[in-house]
Write a protein of this length. Sequence first.
Length: 375
Amino acid sequence: MSSRSRPFALVLVYLLVIVAVDLTTPSNLRLDVFAALAPMTAAAVCTYQQTVFVGVLDFCLMVAHHGVLNSDVAVNRVGSFVGNALMVGASIAVARLRRDGEDLLERVRATGEAAQRALLRPLPLRTHSVVVDGFYVSSQREALVGGDLYEVVDTPYGARVLIGDVRGKGLGTLGAGAAVLTAFREAAYHRRDLESGVEAMEQGLYRYHRSAAYEARSTGAEDVALRASEEFVTALVFGTEEAAAPEAGAVPVVFVDCGHVAPFLIGPEGGVRELETPDPGLPLGLGDLSTAPRTTQRVELPAGGRVLACTDGVTEARAPDGGFYPLAERLDAWATLSTSELLERLRADLDAHTGGKLQDDAAVLVMERVPVGCG
């Protein structure tokens, strides 16, 4: 029995039981008044069509009981008919309003999902040299995206991969995230080196800061303006070289660390190594605090090797007892699994570790070479 038909069946059983008990008990013991609860309950838990059916059935049974069957008890038939009709009509009206509200909510949800999917495309994503799979979990209920962001772009200069984390969480961070994503997508096609692309992303975030702060101040929301100016984004930007072919012994991968969680290199035969950078750099939005230029790190991605990057929603996920999620330990145990199995195991284990209650948005990307012959 489906979830929609089960409440309907229970309401019908209740209505028929009340009528049957009323007919088999002494006439001075009137239980038929409790039958009016059936359409009221249906309005709350059943569909609109089911509520109409229950209401009409209840009214017909009441009319048959008081208008056709003989009764030794004096009954104000007109009052009973009108009262029952008003009760049924009110129940149907409530069911109609609930149906319209659910339809509106569904349209809003569909629109929001389309908008969010335009911001973050569904994984996996692939280029001519790499394929990127992963998952995204928003800490905000009913939201598909939040403060974390990612993107994969195939450019004339090679693949470009981004993972980032906006300070804060939930839908309130979408503006800063969208600004960084837009700048990344544009710069990836026009900037050959990663450093200049990262600079363009930071300039895009600064422009968003100025625009958001000005708009907030113009409406008198000084606190909103202050929060907008304080937003920053940690990020990892990866790039492969244009000449790197899938058949080559190893694909050179360079990356720029903007204050983000260090990625991991998973070897083809197992084994996990954290790619710590000597100078991780400042997050996007705080680059003006240092005169040192951003630097790139280089790693060779061998055949069968993978690079895993995540946001701090994974590494800082807490168990009920306060313990952090042991990502490096888990990856070392699962290094020989396929990418899809690793991601499935990681997501399930993350839910189990936190009891299904993430404190922050969590994103994981796994980048590997396109299989030979599939490029």
